[in-house]
Design a protein around this ligand. Sequence first.
Ligand SMILES: [Zn+2]
Length: 300
Amino acid sequence: MPVCKVNLRIYNKMDRIVTGTIFGGFARVAVISVRDAVNEEIRLHDLTPLTAAALGRAMTAGVYLGANLKDKDDSYSVSITGDGCIGGVCVAGDGNYTVRGYVSNPHADLPLKENGHLDVGKGIGQGFFSVIKDLGLKEPYTGKCELVSGEIAEDFASYLVKSEGINSAVALGVLTYREGCKSAGGIIVEALPGITEDMLFILEDIAGQFGNVSELLYQKTPEEIFEFYFGHLDAEVFPAHEIKVRCSCNNEKIEGVLTSLGEEECRNILKEQGKIEIFCHFCEKTYRFGEKEVDALWQK
Ligand SMILES: [Zn+2]
């Protein structure tokens, strides 16, 4: 679709999640675009196309979980651990549409699959899909299930049904080129209580047409994708929310980590290493504490 490509790119500038209901409220749809977020992570972590694809797909799943949190201050983390060359993928965010992530081995790479696609499934391998949600309660919510394929979309759908009892269709994709990421995001359709067999049949048929979702996100805006696939199904579309990459680390939190270590342990590390360094994997910031800072911490 060569027409207006430049304009579309400008219109597609903002990462966002577009949600809505269809069938008069018996299913929910989310169309998510995280291209800019993936490009930020590529620059920050020096990702290969393979690891960018894995992280971008996981970030899309994360954004969806974040959007479903009740409170803006609630937070979540997704961790995908596998025995493949990527190692693990970690994504975290909150109900305010912020997201951040990293992979264990950012330089991991594999030959393309026969169909020309990145082999994320092999890169992740076998392992687990885990979610922790801090909902402001005494104990956080945790859910964990085995990976199905390592391709992340299937794994997320499997997590949703096994851990949260949500029947869904999930399509995730990241389109990369030499200079970075052209498009990234996904479409997630969630069946709600009361949905009929006929409605499910229609949804299965539509989900079967998602095909290459990253190419779709390159050609269309999230709003256009919503309208194209679901506009005719008694749909109600809600205002889009902008997605931002933001790390939640700060001095106060890191001091909290030191406090939980205990004064004796901190003094021991100081004695052995001369300083205490805490590295944030999400934003690659290093926090350094010398004797003076540690003294001050326990005087508080
Ligand atoms: Zn950080």
